[in-house]
Design a protein around this ligand. Structure first.
Ligand code: FAD
Ligand code: AMP
Length: 487
């Protein structure tokens, strides 16, 4: 029998949230802050078998992957680059067990933190499974199999997503793993295959490559990162290949076989059929919305043709008073997008009127250099025939990047040609994930390139590249020869 504290439980709530990932727990906490009697049901259990709130993001996603990315980046810095700046670091090596302990400790602290925040805000957290019935009733089954019927004036569905599995590479949890298994490998494989050069494939491929694996990434598409600015995607591809990731584009995986402790992966490219043998294979071909067992047939909530819960811009489903947020609804599968949707829905239930600005969702790939972008690309603007201007600035001309010995990449700002309003910002470079926040704030306040150009930035900082790129839109970057005529 699973042990957990006695759950305080009413039968009627103002709001019942199903799922305590970033979308669900933000919604639940905000509802409670706004004085609504709130329960949050979540079925996830941590490695210790106890309830672990925070969903994919805290348990098997954003946080553990960043713990390994940050640790492995530090390794590369110490092993390969410290000497360049005059630091002697001998015997730099990997203690994988300690790295995994560090990752587990961060996860435990954060998942425990969510439980603490539920308590502090008066959210009733209910470990177990929720199922939406008709009329905003919810069937709650705890981890011992006991079932109760609850009723909410409003219900928020936030059940998230799970990795996509493909027929040619069935997971066996040892040799062929998904992203969750890839965060738990017990030793550094000598050779590693990754299927999918998307965000997750590149991040996990980078981790294990930095720790010493020979990594081959098999990607079906001919284009690398098709959603990213073409110049930035091209530069990123060159950089990742230089780091040792053998990224094969136009390569569709067709089969796999585990023999003699190796995985033989078959694939097809324009030249025909091939195969490669690796010690471990990570399948990172995307994620799908997770609605298994969630919706009773008469609950009134509908799915779209791709299996996402159908919602409008306000995250309202087809059932009155039932909302859905996060990975289970349309839009990018990103933690912060779900968080904002959760907050919006909570406030709307409480009578406020916020909206999510889907034109200003930042996207980040936490490789090194990092890739980050928000808004529209040049290519999209060309396709739609909208006139635009571009300013860019390389980190190679940024004093702080040079001081830090970290000069790969650039900032590119795209504006509407008529109004000068910033419509997209695209960054490849050190701390792109932090720099992109400036672009999001600028776009949220409808800033023009001139507004940014007239803003004072601290010197010396990487942020000055954002400033210079904004000045570049009008042809007056200071630390670079301008291709455009100065205005
Ligand atoms: P989830 O986080 O999936 O949470 C849903 C929760 O609901 C889970 O705990 C689930 O068990 C529970 N649940 C489902 N059904 C039920 C039910 N019927 N009853 C009770 N509970 C239920 N995003 C970023 O923004 N930045 C990153 O750096 C990033 N890195 C990632 C790295 C990896 C390896 C992966 C896999 C993902 C990453 N993501 C990242 C994506 C991010 O994790 C998701 O976008 C985010 O977790 C989605 O939040 P959510 O609340 O919608 O769902
Ligand atoms: P993302 O959805 O960003 O995580 O990316 C997943 C990637 O996996 C996409 O770029 C897909 O093209 C790629 N992919 C899907 N199926 C296969 C396959 N069978 N072989 C190679 N790549 C694949």
């Amino acid at each position: 029998m699973l042990e957990y504290r006695d759950i305080p439980m009413a039968d009627k709530y103002d709001v019942i949230v199903i799922g305590a990932g970033p979308a669900g727990y933000h919604a639940a906490i905000r509802c409670a802050q706004l004085g609504l009697k709130t329960a949050c049901i979540d079925k996830s259990l941590g490695v210790d078998g106890k309830p672990a709130y925070g969903g994919t993001c805290l348990n098997w996603g954003c946080i553990p992957s960043k713990a390994l990315l940050d640790a492995s980046h530090k390794l590369v810095e110490a092993r390969d680059h410290f000497a360049e700046i005059g630091i002697k670091a001998r015997n730099v090596g990997v203690d994988l067990e300690q790295m995994m302990k560090h990752k587990a400790a961060v996860v435990k602290k954060l998942t425990g933190g969510v439980a603490g925040l539920f308590k502090a805000n008066g959210v009733d957290d209910l470990p177990g499974t929720g199922r939406l019935l008709s009329g905003r009733k919810v069937e709650y089954t705890d981890h011992d199999g006991k079932t109760r019927s609850l009723e909410g004036s409003s219900v928020i569905l936030a059940p998230g997503s799970v990795p996509v599995e493909i027929e040619p590479t069935p997971l066996d949890g040892e040799y062929i793993v998904d992203s969750t298994g890839a965060l738990e490998l017990e030793s550094v494989p000598k050779t590693l295959g990754v299927i999918g050069a998307g965000v997750i494939g590149l991040e996990l491929g980078s981790v294990w490559s930095r720790l010493g694996s020979d990594v081959v990434v098999l990607e079906a598409l001919d284009d690398f990162l098709p959603m990213v600015d073409r110049r930035i995607a091209g530069d990123a591809l060159k950089s990742f290949r230089k780091q040792g990731l053998d990224i094969k584009l136009g390569t569709r995986v067709t089969g796999s076989a585990v023999k003699n402790k190796k995985v033989e992966v078959s694939y097809k490219d324009k030249d025909g059929d091939h195969s490669v043998k690796v010690d471990r294979l990570i399948v990172a071909v995307g994620r799908r919305p997770f609605t298994d067992g969630l919706l009773a047939p008469d609950c009134g909530v509908n799915l779209d043709e791709r299996g996402f819960i159908y919602v409008n811009d306000l995250c309202e489903t087809d059932a009155p008073g039932v909302y859905a947020t996060g990975d289970v609804v349309r839009g990018p599968m990103l933690a912060h997008k779900g968080m904002e949707e959760g907050l919006m829905v909570a406030e709307r239930i409480a009578g406020k009127k916020p909206m999510v600005n889907y034109d200003a969702v930042p996207c980040v790939i936490y490789t090194h250099p990092e890739v980050a972008w928000v808004g529209r690309t040049e290519e999209e603007l060309k396709r739609s025939g909208d006139a635009f201007e571009v300013g860019s600035f390389p980190f190679a001309a940024n004093g702080r990047a040079m001081s830090a010995n970290d000069t790969e990449g650039l900032v590119k700002i795209v504006t509407d040609a008529e109004t000068d309003r910033i419509v997209g910002v695209h960054i490849l470079g050190p701390q792109a994930s932090e720099l992109i926040a400036q672009a999001v704030i600028a776009m949220e306040f409808s800033a023009s390139a001139e507004d940014l150009a007239l803003t004072m930035f601290a010197h010396p900082t990487l942020s000055e590249s954002v400033h210079e790129a904004a000045m570049g839109v009008h042809g007056h970057s200071i630390h670079m020869a301008n291709r455009k005529r100065k205005k």
